[in-house]
Design a protein around this ligand. Structure first.
Ligand code: GDP
Ligand code: ZN
Length: 292
């Protein structure tokens, strides 16, 4: 009898699937006639249980595919940024956001370690900025339980990855979401993270049909490493509301630029525009007079 399943473990040598109805997990192999096809964690497949193995007969078309780590069909990404230790860096966040917009994966911004903030005003400013653009934002202390429920509800039934720089609190958050109560080092061990396991990807089931994977920590992500420079503006979502004189306007120094006008009017955040120009390696001479 044919069954539908999700690939929840993939390494160079092996794979496992989890049945979508019973959540039972089986080692899996590809049927001979599709043996040449590529298989990734996150692939939805159809096949048959033969003995104690799941024989994959068909791999469904993917809606997207991440490269690092290799995961298919990702719905959401939790972009975890610490407010302190290390200090929050909006340039890094804006690069992450552009890359995931480009990959068509919905980012959820997690401002973590808010317990280390003496004054919450800075945090509120950042929350307002990103919420106004249209992002889901959760302020969190991963050490405590607050905010975890909100995240769980938001990613219910989806495939989600956790991303963000090293030290932001990704492991801590992951262990809270999965309900594994271990120290950070042990979480890494238990989840099989570390230097020697970078080629294997595991999607962990939790919360009824939700699946989550973590990504290696990037200390730096440059949007232009993934996206053509002339295309970056398409992935700053608040820019898309504006129509410039030239349809392919890069909002750097073109005449009739509606995005520049919106920055001047205060409709677009100076901080976001500044980070955009930095990605474009463009110096806007009027910047200091308009954005203080
Ligand atoms: P990762 O590198 O992104 O996986 O970060 P970890 O989860 O390993 O966390 C890095 C360090 O920050 C660890 O020492 C955690 O205990 C600590 N940490 C994580 N979340 C919080 C938090 O909300 N508040 C504070 N104060 N520390 C945290
Ligand atoms: Zn423009």
């Amino acid at each position: 009898m044919s069954a539908k399943a999700l690939v929840t473990y993939r390494s160079a040598a092996a794979s496992r699937v989890t049945l979508l109805d019973s959540l039972k997990t089986y080692p899996s192999i590809l049927r001979k006639k599709i043996k040449k096809q590529k298989l990734y964690a996150g692939d939805f497949v159809e096949g048959e249980i033969i003995g104690d193995q799941f024989v994959i007969e068909k791999i469904e078309p993917r809606k997207n595919l991440l490269v690092r780590p290799p995961v298919a069909n990702v719905d959401n990404v939790l972009v975890v940024m610490a407010m302190r230790s290390p200090n929050f860096d909006s340039y890094l966040l804006d690069n992450f956001l552009a890359v995931y917009e480009y990959k068509k994966i919905e980012p959820i911004i997690i401002f973590n370690k808010i317990d280390l903030l003496e004054d919450k005003r800075e945090l509120e400013t950042w929350i307002d900025l990103y919420q106004n653009i249209g992002y889901e934002v959760v302020a969190l202390s991963a050490m405590q339980e607050d905010g975890i429920k909100k995240i769980k509800k938001y990613i219910q039934g989806d495939i989600t990855i956790v991303a963000g720089p090293s030290g932001a609190g990704k492991s801590t958050l992951l262990s809270k979401l999965l309900g594994i109560d271990l120290k950070t080092g042990e979480v890494n061990h238990k989840l099989g993270r570390g230097r020697h396991t970078t080629t294997a990807v595991t999607l962990y089931p939790f919360n009824h049909n939700s699946f989550i994977a973590d990504t290696p920590g990037f200390s730096k992500v440059e949007a232009t490493y993934f996206i053509d420079k002339r295309e970056v503006h398409r992935y700053f979502r608040e820019f898309l509301r504006y129509q410039c004189k030239f349809p392919d306007c890069t909002h750097t120094n073109e005449p009739g630029c509606a995005v520049e006008e919106a920055v001047k009017k205060g409709e677009i955040s100076c901080n976001r525009f500044k980070n955009y120009l930095k990605i474009m390696q463009f110096f806007w001479k009027e910047f200091d007079t308009i954005c203080k």
